[in-house]
Every structure is written in C-alpha cells, then in structure tokens.
Design a protein around this ligand. Structure first.
Ligand SMILES: *Cc1c(COP(=O)(O)O)cnc(C)c1O
Length: 316
C-alpha cells in the first residue's frame, strides 16, 4: 500500500519479514565440531538492514500510530544509525533530522551525503552539547527548536528497540529444528544484546563482543536495559556475558591483522563483514573457538548486524 505521496505504509509483514539463517562450513569449524550459523540481518534491506532496522521497527510503528511525522536522532559522522534512520524515514514517509556530533566537514562523507540525499536535515552540535543528548532539559530545548518530533536516542537504543531485537531469537527458533546453544552479537550500547537475552531460554547463552575498549561498562548497560524490560518478580537473567578482549584498541580502531582476517573471512565464506562491529565479533568468536571455549557439538548463532556502509570510512 502507498499513501498519496507514494510512500509505503508501515506494513512490515511481507518484504521486511526477517532475514535468512546461513550455515557456515569450513575445515576449521568441522575440526572444532562447531555448528555455526549466521543470522544475515545485513540482508534485510540494502539501506536499512542490520540491527539498526531491528531497533527502528517498533519505534516507527509507535511514531506512526501517535501521528509523529518527523524523526529526530543523534549520531557521529559515520553512524550506521543515522544512515538507517534516513533511509527508513524516506521509505516509510517520515521527515528526518540528524543531530550530528562535531562540526560540518565539506564535502560530506559517504554516510552523511547519503542521509542528506534521503532528505535528512543535518544539524551539527558540538561535543559538549552532544554529551547532554539524553538529558531532559536538552531534549526539551530540542522539542522547542524542532517542534513535535519523535526523538530516538543514539544508536536507536531504547525499550522498543529491545523488543525488535528479541524478534531475532524468535525467528531463529522457527528456522532451526533444535534449539541453539549460544548466540553472539557485536555490542556498542548493549541494546541488541539485551534484546537477545530477553528472548532466550535458560539453557541458552548470549555473548556480546564489545566493539569498544573497556567493554566491562556494558555489563551495567545491559542490566539497565533488562531492568526496564523486567517483569517485576522475575530475577534478571544471568545466562550472558561480555567479551572485552577483541576491541582492537577501541571504537573504530583497526589494524592489519583485523583487515586480513576480514578479507580471509570473505574469501572463505563469501560475504563481507564491517570493520567496526561484525569483523571484531567474528575475529573474537573464532579465537574463542580456537581456544576450545565451546564443547564439541555446540550450535552457535552469530548475528551479522550489518554496518557495511561504514567500511567506506576506511576505504574498505
Ligand atoms: C550499532 C551496531 C552494533 C551495536 O549494537 P548495540 O545495540 O548498540 O550494542 C552492532 N553491529 C552493527 C553493525 C551496528 O551498526
């Protein structure tokens, strides 16, 4: 269905139903006796796939139902979330405003020029302002300036985002004959991981591979997200942990070893990884498999959360 402006209505039930689950096969995995599947969320949509779409989905439904016509959000100059919000906003008929951290640099980089071409209004805020992005006083000021906008936090990480990420687990359960043992994702804010955890059964474990240095902070972040979701009387689930050793020096830092791993991965398995998140997750997961961290016969799911647009920032 389309509205008068030719925009698709918010009917997600057909084309954007989910993503394929792909089994990876190689001598390495066979020798380790690990069954590894990749949830190819990068294939959901060429422009707004990945976990950023999972996080947007219920937010967009909420925004439509509550008559918001404009989405406003925050991000850095290479943000996957800015990119996805601009594309999804255009697709589903929302105006979009991006508050971008730092100063304008012209010509715009690939991410921001794409966002602008999607119709996103780019507005730059300095780093001190950017740090206030979750504070009520700042958000009130934003609403005064931009009107009745639906505000998405950085990375799209809120309660409705967690609901969207929980659907990943539900989809996989329909796709596999037997339940999986482990599910892995790359983590930045921890919202995706929290969504996965919220949908696991107690015999399953979720692992978040931190894309940032000092990934221990994610333990608190994930608990906070889970607390928001919590049904009062049940204890918080403990069947998850964070891997903190595979950040390669910090957010968006990379080295030759990572780049070489990504390129070997692509030749072996025939699809690309992004350097900021999924490259580091697969590197870390393979290291853990090599170190025999998982029992023979374990079934592992790794989520390809997208992010490939960001590789342009490294000329990859
Ligand atoms: C944003 C992003 C993540 C991190 O997700 P969080 O929910 O913030 O932990 C992981 N992978 C990709 C490709 C992303 O763009």
């Amino acid at each position: 269905m389309s509205d008068a402006a030719g925009h698709s209505s918010l009917d997600f039930s057909h084309k954007l139903a989910g993503s394929p689950l792909q089994r990876l096969q190689s001598p390495f995995l066979q020798q380790a006796d690990i069954q590894l599947y990749v949830k190819r969320d990068d294939l959901i949509h060429p422009q707004f796939g990945g976990n950023k779409w999972r996080k947007l989905k219920y937010n967009l439904i909420y925004a439509k139902e509550n008559q918001f016509d404009t989405l406003l959000t925050f991000g850095g100059a290479w943000s996957n979330h800015i990119y996805a919000t601009a594309a999804a906003g255009k697709h589903f008929g929302f105006h979009t405003i991006g508050l971008i951290r730092g100063e304008e640099h012209l010509p715009l980089n690939a991410t921001l020029s794409f966002a602008k071409d999607c119709g996103m209004h780019l507005h730059y805020i300095n780093r001190a302002e950017y740090r206030q992005k979750n504070e009520t006083a700042f958000l009130n000021k934003i609403r005064q300036q931009f009107g009745n906008v639906y505000i998405l936090p950085e990375g799209g990480s809120n309660s409705l985002a967690i609901k969207g990420c929980a659907e990943i687990v539900e989809e996989i359960s329909d796709e596999l004959e037997n339940p999986f043992d482990i599910i892995c994702c790359a983590s930045g804010t921890g919202a995706t991981l929290a969504g996965l955890i919220s949908a696991l059964n107690p015999r399953q474990t979720a692992i978040g591979f931190s894309a940032l240095k000092g990934g221990e902070f994610l333990n608190d972040e994930v608990e906070t997200f889970l607390n928001h979701e919590k049904i009062k009387s049940t204890p918080l689930p403990k069947n998850w942990h964070i891997e903190t050793d595979f950040h390669f020096g910090g957010y968006a830092k990379l080295n030759d070893e990572l780049i070489q791993f990504m390129s070997e991965f692509q030749s072996q398995y025939d699809f690309a990884l992004d350097a900021i998140y999924t490259g580091k997750m697969f590197y870390g997961l393979f290291e853990r498999i090599k170190a025999k961290a998982f029992k023979p016969g374990t079934t592992i799911i790794a989520i390809h959360s997208g992010g490939l647009q960001g590789n342009k920032g490294f000329n990859l």
